[in-house]
Design a protein around this ligand. Structure first.
Ligand SMILES: NC(=O)c1ccc[n+]([C@@H]2O[C@H](COP(=O)([O-])OP(=O)(O)OC[C@H]3O[C@@H](n4cnc5c(N)ncnc54)[C@H](O)[C@@H]3O)[C@@H](O)[C@H]2O)c1
Length: 348
């Protein structure tokens, strides 16, 4: 299948590598790139999608441009009759989510979202363990994201640190949130309760750099996700499944899974673009369809509207440290409690 990429720098560089790999393996033909900037890629590049399409006729478009550009680019790709793989956050409002879902349905096209951990073998193994009852009754899904990020993180792109497009749950730890929503089986629901506590430790950004969310839905285990980019030390992000027969710890970035402290074997991962291509060719189900990002998009929308108070924090060279947050984000995931419930001093 003929595939074009929109946005080749930043995270797009990973898509370039993947497309070259798939081209080498004969799975896809990487026809060209669309970017508003000059890019250094071994395929033709164009300033917009219609001019690329007029010459190269793609069948699939991968979109890895800033979040606020996704809606228009996805609609543009649909107008050209292309299926889409769009990076997370796919869309920034539930209205856009409904519009794009309806547009795909109307044209008989599909939209996969760049939640690559949904293709990980560890995810499939964890789902089957939960489904088989091996963990007993599930009382909650917790997740913790804890990274150190320096000033350069916010200087790399115009939209970085901007509320409405960025924020820890919307961008760097979007996977933690989405994974927790999936494991609680609420990902497609719109009837969810969302409690948010958002904070920022830098006065140069409007989005949160430290956050906690609880998502609840009738008949489903609660979800608590706690995140920070103001840690003293980074930790690989974790998702905890609390069950009556035990606990699972999932390191989604590393494709690692432990249950009751035992390391579990995991099947091979599925690449999202290969899966989308096979979906078209053989009907294989999509692993990360847009429909599964409904609850995530509701949380994203609320993150864009919730107050983000500034916290007093410590500057250490080119980073900002929130004392105590390292332990608090992990405790929130373990105890299924929000910052304020943990009485950590900065919760509301
Ligand atoms: N799946 C993941 O693990 C993961 C990781 C990092 C980023 N992302 C997501 O990937 C997307 C891109 O993030 P980034 O940090 O690479 O962004 P970025 O700001 O670095 O932009 C990426 C590219 O898009 C180009 N671009 C900007 N506006 C454009 C437009 N209107 N049309 C065409 N090209 C345009 C830029 O010139 C750049 O080459 C975001 O949605 C981000 O959240 C996903």
């Amino acid at each position: 299948m003929r595939v074009a990429l929109v946005g080749a720098r930043g995270h797009g560089a990973r898509h370039v590598d993947n497309l070259l790999r798939l081209g080498h393996d004969g799975v896809a033909t990487f026809v060209g790139v669309v970017d508003v900037a000059d890019v250094d890629v071994p395929v033709p590049s164009y300033p917009d999608l219609p001019s690329l399409a007029a010459e190269l006729h793609p069948e699939v478009v991968v979109i890895s441009s800033p979040p606020s550009t996704h809606r228009e680019l996805v609609l543009g790709a649909f107008d050209l009759g292309c299926d889409v793989l769009v990076e997370k956050p796919a869309l920034l409002s539930t209205a856009d989510f409904e519009e794009i879902s309806a547009a795909a349905e109307k044209r008989g096209l599909v939209c996969q979202v760049g939640f690559q951990s949904q293709g990980k073998g560890s995810y499939r193994r964890l789902c089957s363990l939960i489904g088989s009852g091996a963990l007993g009754d599930i009382s909650g899904i917790g997740a913790a994201g804890r990274w150190v990020r320096t000033d350069s993180y916010y200087e790399r792109a115009e939209w970085a640190g901007r509320q409405g497009e960025d924020g820890t749950l919307v961008n760097p730890f979007a996977h933690a949130l989405q994974n927790a929503l999936l494991l609680a089986d609420v990902e497609e629901r719109s009837d969810i309760g969302v409690e948010l506590e958002l904070f920022r430790c830098r006065d140069t950004i409007s989005a949160d750099d430290t956050a906690c969310v609880r998502v609840t839905a009738e008949g489903a285990p609660p979800v608590v996700v706690a995140t920070t980019l103001c840690a003293t030390t980074s930790l690989p992000p974790i998702v905890l499944v609390h069950g009556s027969l035990g606990q699972a710890v999932w390191w989604y970035d590393d494709d690692r899974l432990k249950v009751n402290d035992h390391t579990m074997a995991v099947p091979p991962s599925v690449d999202l673009l290969e899966n989308l291509i096979r979906h078209r060719q053989t009907g294989e189900p999509l692993v990360a369809p847009l429909a599964a990002a409904r609850a995530f998009t509701s949380v994203v929308q609320q993150c864009g509207k919730t107050a983000v108070p500034l916290l007093p924090a410590r500057r250490v060279g080119d980073r900002v440290v929130l004392d105590g947050v390292d332990e608090v984000v992990v405790r929130a995931a373990e105890k299924m409690a929000t910052f304020s419930e943990l009485g950590c001093g900065f919760g509301r």
